[in-house]
Design a protein around this ligand. Sequence first.
Ligand code: OAD
Ligand code: ZN
Length: 244
Amino acid sequence: MDFSNELIERLKKARVVSALTGAGVSAESGVPTFRDPGGIWEKFRPEQLANFEAFMSDPDFVWSWYQHRREIMREVMPNPGHYALVEFEKIFSEFNLITQNIDNLHYRAGSKRVTELHGNIERNYCVSCKTFYNDIDVNEKKVLLCKKCGSIIRPDVVWFGEILPRKELIFAEDCAKNSNVFFSIGTSAEVYPAAMLPTMAKQSGAYVVEINIRPTVMSMDVDEVLQGKSGEILSELVNNLKKS
Ligand code: OAD
Ligand code: ZN
């Protein structure tokens, strides 16, 4: 992979670097993406599953699907892309990692600070009293009840029609506005408000870099496109930065 001199120079001088990641970053770990061929939304309608009304009308069905995804996500391992982003924390004076992924793989790889815009599948909370329940046994196929109030517990993930966690979104917007270099990695950049972050960064003067195996709706608007697998490109970039 040829990185432009401009990118390397900008990264060397950068005070703040941020990255937005999507499902593509975990593809090399074996977690299916949403919109690629064979992806999750080809098999299921989002309204059936990732939706509060669907959950309330058939909690066991939605719960068992999330248990299945939890199982997949626990079995896989972080890939070189996740590990390269851990290195970014050491290389840059300030590095902000913002993710749309709920799979917990950035933390498992060792990233210390991750802003999770769509929640984390390892957390659950009671729909009534909001008590959190983590470390759930994946063999519990029927929805679990809150020990305090008896209501059902749901995964702490953002569903269609729900708003993103406020603190995380505000922080992500601040990152977009204040970064010298902003990466958009392994995301189709089609789901808002996360998808507006690279544009916001660009408007605020950041050098915006997209890493993806194929062009996206955003490719024409960024400063540099690195086409290929994020695990490979990010590892090469880390090696390049460590050498220079
Ligand atoms: P998508 O499935 O929409 O997009 C995945 C992107 O990753 C695509 O653009 C692929 O081309 C790219 N990709 C696949 N493999 C790759 C690889 N090895 N290296 C680099 N890129 C690769 O997933 P997201 O953009 O994350 O939201 O989707 C955003 C949101 O839509 C998700 O967080 C989820 C979903 O509905 C919620 O559940 C709220
Ligand atoms: Zn409760």
